[in-house]
Write a protein that binds this ligand. Structure first.
Ligand SMILES: NC(=O)c1ccc[n+]([C@@H]2O[C@H](COP(=O)([O-])OP(=O)(O)OC[C@H]3O[C@@H](n4cnc5c(N)ncnc54)[C@H](O)[C@@H]3O)[C@@H](O)[C@H]2O)c1
Ligand SMILES: O=C(O)C[C@H](O)C(=O)O
Length: 330
């Protein structure tokens, strides 16, 4: 029997990530090859025409799972009945900027969208914030949606997680599929702490395969600053890899994670994991079953990892202080 169609809303649909993301959603990558999708595209008025062009192309692709595509410039309409919201629409940084430099430009987008989700989305709504600075924007949206459980708002740390896997695979000459239990703690900023302490490569502990000099002076900064390196190389921020990671995140959230592995999720902290204060949306090790994340507890934390976590708590709190000063959160 055909499954019930799911409404997916993508903001910033006419942007670079939007263009890479929408066709993968329509072809079943986001939710599964047996789940029909209704796509709602949200854009600012000036970009509605471009989003309509993308909608024409989506229709022209004749995706069997695509039930409908609608374009809106009104968030209340775009989030009506939404079960999955991908909040991509926001300005990207350009060369020389840090992601936090976008706080003022982008912060104002996520309060109204959070409220529109609160008032219009389906009861089971799941929201992934991609627009930067993602962790802080996710807190803004979450606080603007008091009727939606906090743990339904995630920030995208999966691109960092995937980048870390790619670097370790290249260094060890292994396949990405051989790498398990990678982890990137914290904030999607240059402060993030990519950590191979628990990772395995074809079943062998990663710390036995790479030396600490490579980890400290190459792996951590390369992963943490990869966004800037992409901007330097492409002249534009990562788009297809960001879209692909958003697909990975939501697919695992909805359909579960692989037995014996975890992923990094930018998830709501209730204050009970690894000293991360309540109220932050923070990169943590998570598994998913039945449509909700569980934080993996009980990991042994080295002094270096604790320092990385603490540094990120401070960075995330500083971003929140900045948007609090702008009146965007409590
Ligand atoms: N978390 C991550 O890992 C990650 C990775 C890559 C990019 N990003 C971020 O994603 C965001 C989008 O990147 P992009 O390359 O697609 O940018 P882009 O400039 O190509 O597209 C952004 C789109 O958002 C639209 N937009 C702006 N305000 C909006 C609003 N209020 N409602 C709906 N749409 C709105 C714009 O009209 C534009 O079409 C940026 O903030 C970027 O920094 C995050
Ligand atoms: O780095 C950026 O500004 C874009 C994105 O967050 C990325 O990590 O590629």
């Amino acid at each position: 029997m055909a499954k019930t169609p799911v409404t997916v809303t993508v903001t910033g649909a006419a942007g670079n990530i939007g263009y890479a993301l929408l066709f993968r959603i329509a072809s079943g990558g986001l939710l599964g090859q047996d789940v029909p999708v209704r796509l709602n595209l949200l854009e600012i008025p000036q970009a509605v025409k471009a989003a309509e062009g993308t909608a024409m192309e989506l229709n022209d692709s004749a995706f069997p799972l695509l039930e409908s595509v609608n374009v809106y410039d009104d968030a209340n309409k775009a989030f009506a009945g939404t079960s999955v919201g991908l909040l991509v629409g926001a300005r990207p940084r350009t060369k020389g900027m840090e992601r936090a430099d976008l706080l003022e430009a982008n912060g104002g987008i996520f309060g109204p969208q959070g409220k529109a989700i609160n008032d219009n989305a389906a009861d089971d709504v799941k929201v992934l914030v991609v627009g930067n600075p993602a962790n802080t924007n996710a807190v803004i949206a979450m606080q603007s949606a008091p009727d939606v459980p906090n743990d339904r708002f995630n920030a995208m740390m999966r691109l960092d997680h995937n980048r870390a896997i790619a670097q370790l695979a290249a260094k060890t000459g292994s396949a990405v599929a051989d790498i398990k239990k990678m982890l990137v703690w914290g904030n999607h900023s240059a402060d993030q702490y990519p950590d191979v302490s628990y990772a395995t490569v074809a079943g062998k502990p990663a710390p036995e395969l790479v030396d600490s000099e490579w980890l400290d002076s190459y792996f951590v900064p390369t992963v943490a600053k990869r966004g800037a390196a992409i901007i330097e190389a492409r002249g534009a921020s990562s788009a297809a890899s960001a879209a692909s990671s958003a697909i990975d995140h939501v697919y695992n959230w909805v359909n579960g994670t692989t037995e014996g592995d975890w992923v990094t999720g930018g998830v709501y902290s209730d204050g009970s994991h690894y000293g991360v204060p309540e109220g932050l949306i923070f990169g943590l090790p998570v598994t998913s079953k039945g449509g909700s994340w569980d934080v993996v507890d009980g990991l042994e934390i080295s002094a270096a990892t604790q320092a990385g976590i603490d540094h990120n708590i401070k960075a995330a709190q500083e971003e929140l202080d900045a948007v609090r000063a702008l009146g965007l959160i409590k």
